[in-house]
Design a binder for this molecule. Sequence first.
Ligand code: 13P
Length: 253
Amino acid sequence: MRSKIVAGNWKMNKNLVEAKALASEIVNIARDELKDDVKLVVCPPFISLSAVSSILGDTQNVFLGAQNCNDNKAGAYTGEISVDMLTSVCASFVIIGHSERREYFGETDDFLAKKVDTVLAASITPIFCCGEPLEIREAETQYKYVTDQITASLFHLNEEQIKKIVIAYEPIWAIGTGKTASAEQAQQMHAEIRKHLASKYGESVASEISILYGGSCKASNAKEIFSGEDVDGGLIGGASLVAREFVDIAKSF
Ligand code: 13P
């Protein structure tokens, strides 16, 4: 059975003091209210990973993730963070290929393929992001666009490796805009992604891969979006910055 996951991408928000407060609040609410079959992941900025890791401690259902990492193992890459550094603070997830990184930092499909390899080699779970811009949706070529992204960055992996990937479908037109994909649009795309995975790896492997939805997801619309049979959770931006809202999204299952 694939995991249900709700991950919070804090992006470039919350300083160290604020990050510690938010993490503590999430842990306290999740401990009391969250069912064991849903995994929460919090992805604070690098500078707060270590402190947030201590706050999570041995909490069972809240995991630590990073928002990025370098594709090299180590070396002269000023300002960068390696997978080994993420492991050293007990981060078990890392977001790869977010549309903001593709757009503002020029991350390409080929580059992301290499980054996925580096992350898997460190036994960290990549949350691999894909999603189309508005003009592609309007041209109705979104399925090809997204499945091409997956082919280019993930289809060199073998069966054991692909099973370790979490995919996040984030339509760019829905990110931070308040304009959510409808539950039907989300389910349709997730089903296409799963079909695409099955065409390469078979139905059984494809059925084990969690596919999350991201883009203006909040407590008030999560239940409907998560009702799609191929929607296994969410990658949450703005709404993950409020502990009550974030845990309530996870409680929508
Ligand atoms: P919002 O939830 O703020 O739209 O952001 C989604 C996102 O980009 C998560 O990675």
